[in-house]
Design a protein around this ligand. Structure first.
Ligand code: KIV
Length: 283
């Protein structure tokens, strides 16, 4: 079965059809997300925080993303799979970015890569897209720059910053990006950018006017409980479900209520005598 083409996303924008996107980091989750109708999955470097327990995305390595993207690709057949390029895998030079992006495509089977930044990464986006690697841009709050931004704060708040962000998004489109993530910016700025670009904008904390939305699945499922970002809507309380299930398991193992005959295995009728013969009747 062929995967959805990135060209289909632009057609969706033209038809006014919103694009739902979610992150996933493993085989079973990716399978469920695709089965539920999500056409594009991001193996985000948010992996570092919501799965690996780091306090930012900065420590995530290319090998981490490769490992998790392979699982996501194995779990899906139709969805576009976008692999995030981790911190310092694309900033040193366009050539190094190309080598690393090529590893992501060749070793994982993903469709596209995503990288953070505006005009300053436009030449890199161009180098990758000219080599046939689809690139998703990412502007606004760029979490890999958290140490420079001084926290996970609203971006493009002032008119000057909003104009800069619009120019950055346009530079990414001109460099060949097939879509641009807008993270944690005012809804009106996102609306303006979305109307200016011909490629789809995918918002997270950027209001309702983007062409698509992306959410981090562990936030969305209530599975990451350290903090809940304001832009995250919890559609389930999976963390609480896991805790309660494990509490029941602990109680049942301790009381002897689990396992029952249903979860145990018997032997043939003759086996007890045969065993007794082998073991000399010892139990
Ligand atoms: O890493 C990630 O999950 C992301 C999304 C928040 C867009 O970059």
């Amino acid at each position: 079965m062929a995967r959805i083409s990135i060209n289909e996303l632009k057609a969706m924008k033209e038809r006014g059809e919103k694009i739902p996107m979610l992150t996933a980091y493993d085989y079973p989750t990716a399978r469920l997300v695709e089965q539920a109708g999500v056409p594009m999955i991001l193996v985000g470097d948010s992996l570092g925080m919501v799965v690996l327990g780091y306090d930012s995305t900065v420590p995530v390595t290319l090998n981490d993303i490769i490992h998790h993207t392979k699982a996501v690709v194995r779990g899906t057949q139709r969805a576009i799979i976008v692999a995030d390029m981790p911190f310092l895998t694309y900033q040193i030079s366009p050539e190094e970015a190309l080598r690393n992006a090529a590893r992501l495509l060749q070793e994982t089977g993903c469709t596209a890569v995503k990288l953070e930044g505006g005009s300053e990464v436009a030449s890199t986006v161009q180098r990758l897209t000219q080599a046939g690697i689809p690139v998703m841009g990412h502007v606004g709050l760029t979490p890999q720059a958290v140490n420079q931004l001084g926290g996970y704060k609203l971006q493009a708040k002032t008119p000057a910053a909003a104009v800069k962000l619009m120019n950055d998004a346009k530079a990414l489109e001109d460099a060949g990006a097939f879509a641009v993530v807008l993270e944690t910016i005012p809804a009106r700025v996102a609306q303006r950018v979305s109307s200016q670009l011909t490629v789809p904008t995918i918002g997270i904390g950027a209001g309702p006017f983007c062409d698509g939305q992306v959410q981090v699945i562990n936030d969305f499922l209530g599975l990451f409980e350290d903090f809940v970002p304001r832009h995250a809507k919890q559609y389930a309380q999976v963390g609480q479900t896991i805790r309660e299930s494990v509490q029941s398991y602990v109680a049942e193992v301790q009381s002897g209520a689990f396992p029952t005959a249903k979860h145990s295995f018997g032997m043939s009728k003759e086996a007890p005598q045969e065993l007794a013969a082998v073991y000399g009747g010892a139990r």
